[in-house]
Design a protein around this ligand. Structure first.
Ligand code: SF4
Ligand code: SF4
Length: 83
């Protein structure tokens, strides 16, 4: 994929992670070719519901691989509103 194609894709779609549904399994983190997802830190002592988050949004090319690989469909690719 060329840089131009990547940038075109980047403009169109954006992964939105449903924080309530996400099980924190890391499948999407492993699947992302750009390494822009991560599992977030616990929010309080004893927090066992850590979830995926888009840590490096500028690296995301909007490919949708994360959404395709999430076993419980907790990621939805949505239209990105360019800032
Ligand atoms: S859309 Fe592609 S580049 Fe962006 S977070 Fe998902 S797998 Fe990574
Ligand atoms: S693959 Fe789905 S359930 Fe697993 S961490 Fe990613 S968004 Fe959450």
């Amino acid at each position: 994929m060329t840089e131009q194609n990547k940038n075109e894709l980047k403009k169109k779609k954006w992964p939105v992670i449903n924080q309530k549904e996400c099980a924190g399994c890391s499948v999407c983190v492993e699947a992302c070719p750009m390494e822009c997802l991560r599992i977030g830190m616990p929010k309080f002592r004893g927090d066992i519901h850590t979830t995926a988050e888009l840590a490096k949004p500028d690296c995301c090319i909007g490919c949708g691989i994360c959404a395709q690989n999430c076993p419980i469909r907790a990621i939805v690719m949505t239209e990105k509103n360019d800032k």
